[in-house]
Design a protein around this ligand. Sequence first.
Ligand code: EPS
Length: 390
Amino acid sequence: MPLRLITAGESHGPGLTCIVEGMPAGLVLDRDALNRDLARRQLGYGRGGRMKIERDQVEVTGGVRHGRTLGGPIALRVVNRDYANWEERMNPWPVDNPPPEVHLPRPGHADLVGTQKYGLSDVRDILERASARETAARVAGGAVAKALLAEAGVQIRSHVIQIASISAPRPAQLRLADFDAVDESPVRCLDADAGAAMVAEIDALRRANESLGGVFEVRAFGLIPGLGSHVSWEERLDGRLGQAMLSIQAVKGAAVGDGIEVAGLPGSQAHDEIFWDQDRGYHRQTNRAGGLEGGMSTGDTLIVRGWMKPLPTLTKPLRSVDTQSHEPAQALRERTDSCTVPAAGVVGEAMVAFVLADAYRQKLGGDHIDDMRAALEAYRDRIGWLAEPA
Ligand code: EPS
C-alpha cells in the first residue's frame, strides 16, 4: 500500500489533524521526538506573534497503542491554542453573531482565486486553510515517517542557506554530525557569520514593512541505492520530491543536488564518476547529483533545496480590489511572520521524510516492521551494499 499523508484543519480553527496511512505494525514511536519536531517548526528569527501563543504538541487519536503502531491509519492532532481567541469567527457551527466577511484578497496568497474557484464570498473561508499553519500537521506526520526511516538507518537534517540577499557559503561536504547545533542558530544556519547577517537583514526589512524569502536545504543520510525507479515518470524520486517540496506554502522552486546550476556547465563537470574498491564497493568522489540518478537513489546523501518567496501578508499591504465593490483597496492586513525560511526547512524535512518513507514502503513492503528490516537486509546482501546506516 502506498503511504498516504492527509491533513485537515484551519489556521484558527479548533486544531489540525494528520492521518498517515500505510505504516507497518510494530514501529516504535517516541512522543518526545514527535513533539520536538513540532517545537523546531515553531523556531526561527522573524516569526510573528502567533508562535508566542502556540505550544504545538501531538495528541495521538488512532493507530498507536503503548507506543507502537498497529498497522492501521495513524491519526495525529495538534490543537490550535489561538482558537480560544477565534471561537466566534471560526466555530464549525453557526454562531449568534457571525463576524463580518473579509473581502480584501492579498496578492500572492490563495485568497482571490480560492474564492472564485470555490464560490465563497468570504476570503477567510480560503485563507484559513491556505495558511502555512497547516504545516504543523505535516510535521507531525513527517515525524512518524522519520521513525520508519530511522529503522532503515536513515536520518534527515536541514539548514538555511539564504535569507533575502544574504547567502551562506555552501560547504562541499556536510556530515550528519555537522547539523548537531543547527537549531541553536536563530535562523538555522550552519555558518555563524552568515546567520548573524541574516538576522540583521530580517531586522532591516521588517522595519521597512517587508517580508523575506530564502533558500533551505534538506539532506537525507544513510539511504540505500534503488529507491524510486527509472521505469515510470511517476516513480521517479526527483519528481516525487519536487512535488512534495513545491507543495509547501510559498515554495516556488526545488532542486536536487547541484540542480539548475549544472545546466550551464560542460558535461564533464556535471556528473559524478563511479569507482569501486573492496572496502567500499561502488562509490563516487563527488555528489553533484545530490544522491539521485535516473530517478533512483544512488546511496549517496540526498540533497534537496527549496526556494521560498517572501510571505505575501505584508504589514504595509499591496494594492488589491474589494471583491464586493470592485473598488481599489489595500489588501487584508493580518498578523504575520516576516520570515519563515528556518521553519520551512523543518517542513522540508517532513516532506522529504514522507517521500522517502513511501519509497522504502514501496521497495520493501511488509506488514510488520520486522518484515521490512528483513527485506532491507536481504536487499543489502543482494547488491553487496557495504555503507553503514546513518
Ligand atoms: C503559521 C501560523 C500563522 C502565520 C503563518 C504560519 O498564524 P497567524 O495567521 O495566526 O499569524 O503565522 O502563516 C503564514 C505565513 C501564511 O501566509 O499563512 C504557522 O503556524 O506556521
